[in-house]
Every structure is written in C-alpha cells, then in structure tokens.
Write a protein that binds this ligand. Structure first.
Ligand SMILES: [Zn+2]
Length: 390
C-alpha cells in the first residue's frame, strides 16, 4: 500500500535531504523518487524525537543516531502512529523536557505579575534565593565575555599569571584562593582572574568568577590584605548580590532570558556587564560582605584587618588625587576612579574599617603567604609598574 503524501528523510550519514514515499507494509519502507528503498524500519524500532507542533520527527532505534524522518501530513502521521505503539510512549518522554520549559515560562509569567505587585527591588530580593545557581553562572559567563571585550587592559592577555615570569604569582594566588574557597564551600566553584589593568579594584561576577585587578594587587602590603579583598568578593558571590543587582536593574526580561538559557552574547550580556561594572551595592550589602569576609578570614587563620587597612589606603590615595585634580570629579568607566565595586566608597570607609576591626579578633602570628610567595603575587602581572594614564 503506497501513500500519496511524502516525508523527508535524513539518513544520518550525509547532510542530504531525501523526499521519500512511505510504504506501510510489514515494516515501514522509505522509498526514494527513483523507486529505490532508502531504509526499512520495523515498527517496533520507531521512536519519536522532540518535534515542533506541526511536524512529527521519527528515528529508528539502533539505526544511525542522526537518521530521522519528518512527517507533516496528518493522515500519514496517524497511519504510522497506529502501527507503532512506541511513538506515543517516546513522545510522552520527550514532552517531559518540554514541560520543564513550560514550567519555567510559567514561573516567569508569575514573576511578571509579582513585579507589578511588589515592585522590582522587593521582588529581586524574593526571587534571587529561589533561582538555581546555574542562572548566576550563566549571567557570570555572559558578563565575563563582555567585560573582556570592553575593559581596557595594558596590552598582553586580559588575565595575568600565564608566562614563565608570571607563573609563580599565579601559584601564590592559587594558594590563597584554594584556602578561601575550601572554607567558603559554596555550591559554585570560585575562579579568580588577576586582570592586567591598573584600576585599584576587584569585582565579583554572579556564579563565582572574581576579577582582581593588578592596580589593587600593587597597592597591597601583605597577602592578608589581598585575601581580605577576595573574601569580600566571595561574599558577594555567596550572597548573590550580582544576580540580585542585575534582576533589579533588568527586570523580568533578563530573568526570563537567563532562566531559559536564551543568552547568546546579545543585548542581555552587554546589559549584565554594564550593570556589574557600574554596580554600587547598597551599604547594607557591603556591610554584610565585610562581615562575611571577617568570618572567612578568621576561619582560614588570616588577619581580617587587612581588608580595612587596604580600603583606607585606597581611599586616602583617591582623596589626595582629587585634591590635586579638580576635573576628576565624575567617576568614569575607564578611569582610575571607576571603583568597580565601590570597594572603597568614601563616606563609609572609616565606618567599615571600624566594624571590621571590632570583629577581627586576635591577630594571627604569621601571614597567609611567606615573603617570597607574596613577592611573586605582587608581580603576577609582570614586574613593570602600570602606566597611570589608563
Ligand atoms: Zn563589595
């Protein structure tokens, strides 16, 4: 019995598309225009693949993995389906995957309604802890790609620590990062990049990536100061401040995009990168991050005071520069004053330092890195001092 309607067959071995007639005998025969049988499928081996609504995609179990048959004609689909019970079963399995997407869409619509009721900041507060960490990681990956494009660095690679001269610095940084991340035990891995830029700052992306700028490394006088900054940035990852900030600024469309994974480096990624670069977290968020950092530093036997000492040094230097140069009032995304995380935001620094010192406890006898390792860390981006005119 030959059917009028045709299907499209891909043999899974070549990219060629074959218009085929279907012959529904004891087995399903796919016949090419020249009358040649291209494939014969036993009905028991036929299973459904994920298909759009107007199309049924079938494959043969045990055949080439990419071989598939596409049917559009409703009568033909019905005829094939009547002969193969496996199609209905496998279609139900495929629908499980589709159902998860529908569920997430539902969550996104619900979040839209909640945005309207509660307003964006309050909702971001409620929604962020409920999101899977993979959302943070997707945001971080998208932002990472963008930041590598838009952030000016001093020649050479974006990240330091790769060449022979810089490798010992990388090893020293890894030692600090390992101790901190082991103690933090977050559900996402912490990944620190020393960035070849003179900006004296650090930034945490959602999902565990942290940038530590050479400009900040060069300001540090001991390893515990750098570890303190890393601990503070790890706190932003742990508290999911970057994800929350992005949601607050971007609203539902970004939530939707990141939940459904529809981020391909387009507008959403640019947006996340800019949001994070301009991020000024609330004073509460910074205070909470400092408290976390003090606790984490105490747990690894470091000196939690290092963070406050370094913040104070940065603030004092900025104030001196301001006095020298009146035109530097406006923070500039490219300039030295662009404190990415507002790590050393002026009015709060003294207060923050006092809080850190009060919680710090006894000063440990030895620094986290010995002198040689700290000297190596200081030159992770090369021995030459960065130019000041970036
Ligand atoms: Zn911070």
């Amino acid at each position: 019995m030959s059917m009028e309607a045709r299907g499209v067959y891909f043999d899974g071995l070549t990219s060629r598309r074959h218009e085929v007639d279907l012959v529904l005998g004891d087995m399903l025969a796919l016949v090419g225009p020249d009358g040649r049988r291209l494939a014969i499928w036993p009905y028991a081996d036929i299973r459904a693949l994920a298909s759009p609504p107007d199309l049924l995609r079938l494959t043969r179990e045990g055949g080439p993995p990419l071989a598939r048959l596409e049917l559009r004609d409703a009568g033909l689909i019905d005829a094939v389906r009547r002969r193969s019970v496996r199609i209905a079963e496998t279609q139900a399995e495929e629908r499980g995957g589709a159902r998860r997407v529908v569920l997430w869409s539902f969550a996104a619509v619900l979040s839209l309604a909640l945005f309207a009721v509660f307003g964006v900041p309050a909702l971001a507060e409620r929604v962020t802890p409920l999101l899977p960490w993979s959302v943070d990681q997707r945001m971080g990956a998208a932002a990472d790609a963008q930041i590598r494009l838009i952030l000016p660095t001093r020649g050479g690679s974006f990240g330091c620590g790769e060449g022979a001269e810089e490798a010992p610095g990388r090893a020293a940084l890894d030692t600090l990062v390992r101790r901190l991340s082991d103690a933090a035990a977050l559900p996402v891995p912490i990944e620190v990049t020393a960035v070849r830029s003179g900006i004296p700052n650090a930034i945490a992306l959602p999902g565990g990536r942290i940038y530590l700028f050479d400009g900040l490394i060069r300001e540090a006088e001991n390893a515990d100061e750098i570890a303190g900054v890393l601990a503070h940035e790890i706190a932003h990852v742990a508290h999911r401040d970057g994800a929350r900030r992005t949601l607050q600024a971007g609203g539902t469309s970004f939530l939707l995009g990141f939940v459904l994974g529809d981020v391909t480096g387009g507008g959403a990624a640019v947006f996340v990168a800019r949001t994070l670069i301009d991020a000024s977290y609330s004073r509460d968020a910074e205070t909470a991050a400092d408290a976390y950092a003090v606790d984490l530093m105490r747990r690894i036997g470091g000196d939690p005071r290092g963070l406050g000492t370094l913040l104070t040094r940065l603030t004092e230097e900025e104030t001196e520069e301001d006095a020298k140069d009146e035109t530097k009032g406006e923070p500039d995304a490219r300039g030295r004053r662009s404190a990415l995380d507002y790590l050393a935001s002026h009015p709060a620094t003294a207060e923050r330092r006092a809080a850190i010192d009060a919680a710090a406890g006894r000063k440990p006898a030895t620094p986290l890195l010995d002198d040689a390792a700290f000297a190596a860390l200081k030159t992770i981006c090369g021995k030459a001092a960065p130019a000041d005119d970036e």
